[in-house]
Ligand binder design. Structure first.
Ligand code: CA
Length: 236
């Protein structure tokens, strides 16, 4: 029997929580639910969910704080479901490492599709053509461990999110070459992905904060303005 994926629903509105739980239950997922941030954080460590659905407006804390906390130690897929529709909330959530962002109200099939995508990306992060690679690559103090999906600076894991790792992994595979935004988006998010450079830029800003001494004057990943990105060659 196939093991079911376990989804943690973090949502304080009982009716919405029940609604999501019913949909997921009917579609082959196990669900657990938390109604507050504190409860959510303890359930994440005790129940090891496969995916989190996160509401931003919780009674005791901001969902973005939960996102930040979880991202400090885990690449667990997190889908933010929120009534906040401002562009900056969306960017902030993606910036902090959310895998996806769905605005309320949302459709059942949309939610299910986003969950499938997020889980699939975790399970098979590097099997899509461009990124598939094994072993390790070292450039200066930076090491990409393709088997463990980690990026290390001076031997210390910098805790990239899955999307951030895919970007670094892809650039590393073609170190020294300029990869265009469109090419990267297709390789990382699939041929049908919308060419949205904003998501790439947000992820890149995050990556640079984690791997560059001075993100404004990068030593590892360079921006080729209007074209794309290039990772430094091994002997550059
Ligand atoms: Ca709420």
């Amino acid at each position: 029997m196939k093991l079911k994926d376990k989804v943690l629903i973090i949502e304080d509105e009982q009716s919405i929580s029940n609604f999501i739980s019913t949909i997921l239950g009917a579609n082959g997922y196990d669900t657990i639910a938390a109604g507050s941030g504190e409860e959510a954080l303890s359930m994440i460590s005790s129940h090891c969910p496969d995916l989190i659905i996160l509401d931003l407006g919780l009674p005791d804390m901001d969902g973005l704080d939960i996102l930040q906390e979880v991202r400090s130690w885990s690449n667990l897929p997190i889908i933010v479901v929120s009534a906040r529709t401002h562009e900056h909330d969306k960017v902030k959530a993606l910036d902090l490492g959310a895998d996806d962002y769905i605005e309320k109200p949302f459709g059942t099939s949309e939610l299910l599709a986003r969950i499938r995508t997020a889980i699939r990306h975790t399970r098979t992060p590097l099997t899509n053509g461009g990124i598939a690679q094994s072993g390790k690559l070292s450039i200066g103090a930076l090491t990409i461990d393709y088997d463990k999906h980690h990026v290390l600076m001076n031997g210390t894991d910098v805790h990239l999110t899955l999307n951030e790792f895919k970007i670094v992994a892809l650039l590393g595979k073609y170190a020294g070459k300029v990869l265009t935004y469109d090419y990267m988006i297709r390789e990382i998010w699939g041929p049908k992905a919308k060419a949205d450079n904003q998501i790439l830029r947000v992820n890149m800003a995050n990556i640079r904060r984690k791997i560059e001494k001075n993100p404004a004057a990068p030593e590892y990943i360079f921006t080729e303005i209007g074209v794309g990105y290039r990772m430094r060659d091994e002997d550059e």
